[in-house]
Design a binder for this molecule. Structure first.
Ligand SMILES: [Zn+2]
Length: 153
């Protein structure tokens, strides 16, 4: 029997990507984000938690409504920026809450499984402006990845 390399099952390392070991607290944050994501009225349902100093500061879901704040970071103005969950969790929060904070953002599918929720470029720009340090997000395969915001800070 000949062994074949299943290349489509390989994780190709890319910058900032590595298999994550999440603490129980982080797993609970992901589960909470998944639970609230189900309440989103948008077609693709995302939920996010804003965590700072070990405390949950805010939680939010995405909305198809126009987001004026996010639009400031929208370089491709062809698509109006809607209110993505990770930014919705930061809206109306003081700088002390978003500075150095961590966001958890997931997409939940109809069957309850996690889907792709990697922050888009608009949200990345907004998060950098807000001083967010790190984002944990769900991948299409249901795993969790980490993204550092703002370069080496
Ligand atoms: Zn976004």
């Amino acid at each position: 029997m000949q062994w074949r390399l299943r290349t489509n099952s390989l994780k190709i390392p890319r910058e900032g990507y590595f298999p994550l070991k999440l603490s129980n607290k982080q797993r609970r944050a992901i589960e909470l984000a998944r639970t609230i994501a189900k309440t989103s009225k948008a077609h693709y349902k995302h939920g996010a938690l804003l965590v700072n100093g070990g405390s949950i500061i805010n939680l939010a879901v995405n909305s198809d409504e126009y987001c004026r704040f996010s639009s400031r970071f929208n370089k491709n103005s062809f698509y109006p920026a809607s209110r993505h969950a990770e930014i919705a969790a930061c809206l109306n929060q003081p700088a002390s809450a978003t500075g150095g904070a961590t966001l958890y953002v997931v997409r939940v599918r109809k069957d309850g499984s996690l889907g792709m929720s990697k922050p888009c470029e608009v949200c990345q720009g907004a998060m950098e402006f807000l001083g967010i340090r790190k984002v944990y997000y769900s991948e299409a395969d249901g795993s969790i990845s980490e993204m550092k915001i703002g370069g080496s800070r």
